[in-house]
Design a protein around this ligand. Structure first.
Ligand code: FAD
Length: 409
């Protein structure tokens, strides 16, 4: 990475998701590099964003390290307001089951960011980056030419830089080029992700005792439901009006995110059929598979929004491996994919962003050579990402009984 000739190093970030945008914010704050993010989506609204993200203490710390104060305040204002009660577990008739507990050093701090709406997070991460993020740029390949990196995009355009960060998620095209043998493992679990407006769920009879909690239901037939509330402390549009006038955070209502998961052997559908189902058909499948469930829960499923309902396959990177320490650097799901059961994939990507930001800042200031800084970043990343994946697999096993990957738990 050259700060030679008085020029600031040029950092090309492929992928404007959670990790890539957080890194761009951090580098911009540090003021040590010229950073550009290349995102394949045509705009901030480009694809399904309709679920909430749990934010761990590490994820919150990374966000606070990388974001300007105003953006942090927006996240605090729009974070989930229903975090006090933790996880509860039941069977499908709502008989209580033992549940794991999670330590949170933040306790019940009233301003903690313990979950956010993903679309709101993305808009906050994009705030102030108009001149940094290029939409509609699908990365296809890179090459090294005369000590510089040239990234090529599907529209025929290209960009030249000193560093290329692979923040392009689970199906990373950068990884496919640099490390074609690195793959992720199919856990055999298929999931249906959906969203129900909170008001509709309550009107349909969701009891008070379940409204403000992370509810886990495991049925004897292997079907597992995770139900999570997203209750905005302040509605995003109002928070923006107060804290960042002119910023569009969209219109959002309180909701429940639900994730139904089951091993594909117990699903009764092959992948082609399952991934071909429409939102309506997925909602119907959930209703059909839960006819015997407690009526207090079924109202939530009956009001799920078909347009916000999607099929998913759960995959994981096992084991996580560092890349050759050089100017092409991995971050987030591109290098450590994990199932959503632990609620830490995005947090790990955020942690990468803050750690990589520190490493690149040291390099730009001449405090460390690039290879050494990148090797140090990756050694740490492999350690905490491996822990995060093992924890996520452990919870997947606890809640679903059957998954296909063998990792020490
Ligand atoms: C149902 C579900 C629930 C989850 N819940 C949680 C949770 O509660 N907490 C948590 O921490 N994690 C959660 N996760 C995991 C989390 O979503 C991911 O780990 C996180 O988004 C990874 O961030 P990332 O920046 O690496 O990738 P992404 O956020 O996926 O971003 C990658 C970006 O790269 C872009 N891109 C891809 N290919 C190209 C290309 N060729 N050219 C240019 N751009 C490209 C994509 O459009 C995207 O914007 C959940 C995941 C799922 C599926």
């Amino acid at each position: 990475m050259g700060s030679q000739n008085g020029r600031r190093p040029r950092v090309l970030v492929v992928g404007g998701g959670v990790g890539g945008l957080c890194l761009a914010q951090g580098l911009r704050q540090a003021g040590v590099a010229d950073v550009t993010v290349f995102e394949r989506d045509a705009s901030a609204e480009g694809r399904m964003q309709g679920y909430r993200l749990r934010i761990s203490p590490e994820g919150e710390a990374a966000l606070r390290e990388c974001l300007p104060r105003r953006a942090q305040d927006l996240l605090t204002a729009t974070a989930n307001d229903r975090h006090q009660l933790g996880l509860v577990a039941f069977d499908e008739r709502l008989n209580p089951l033992p549940a794991p507990t999670f330590d949170d050093p933040r306790g019940d701090a009233p301003d903690k960011i313990d979950a956010v709406d993903r679309a709101t997070l993305r808009r906050v991460l994009l705030a102030g980056l108009d001149d940094v993020v290029c939409f509609g740029k699908r990365f296809v390949r890179y090459e090294e030419v005369g000590g510089e990196l040239v990234a090529h995009f599907a529209d025929g355009d290209h960009a030249v830089g000193d560093i290329l960060v692979a923040a392009d998620g689970a199906h990373s095209a950068v990884r496919a080029q640099l490390r074609p043998d690195d793959t992720t493992q199919d856990l055999g679990v298929r999931a249906i992700l959906s969203r129900t407006p909170r008001a509709a769920a309550i009107e349909a009879g969701l009891p008070e005792s379940l409204r403000d909690r992370f509810v886990n239901v495991t049925a004897p037939d292997g079907l597992r439901l995770a139900l999570m509330p997203m209750v905005f402390r302040t509605p995003p549009a109002r928070a923006a009006e107060e804290l960042w006038p002119g910023l569009d955070l969209g219109v959002s209502e309180d909701y429940y995110m639900s994730v139904f998961s089951v091993h594909k052997d117990l699903l009764g559908l092959d992948d082609e059929a399952f991934f071909g189902l429409t939102g309506e058909q997925l909602c119907r499948l959930v209703l059909d598979r839960t006819v015997d469930w407690h009526p207090d829960l079924r109202g939530v499923f009956a009001h799920a929004q078909p347009a916000e309902t999607y099929p998913l396959a759960l995959r994981a990177t096992v084991p996580v491996r560092a890349w050759e320490p050089g100017p092409v650097i991995p971050l987030g799901d591109a290098v450590h994919l994990m199932p959503p059961t632990g609620g830490v994939g995005a947090n790990t990507a955020l942690r990468d962003a803050s750690a990589l930001c520190r490493a690149l800042t040291a390099v730009a200031r001449g405090e460390a050579p690039l290879a050494e800084a990148v090797a140090g970043y990756q050694a740490e990343m492999v350690r905490y990402a491996t822990e995060a994946i093992e924890m996520s697999l452990k919870i997947a096993r606890w809640s679903m009984k059957k998954i296909d990957v063998g990792v020490r738990a």
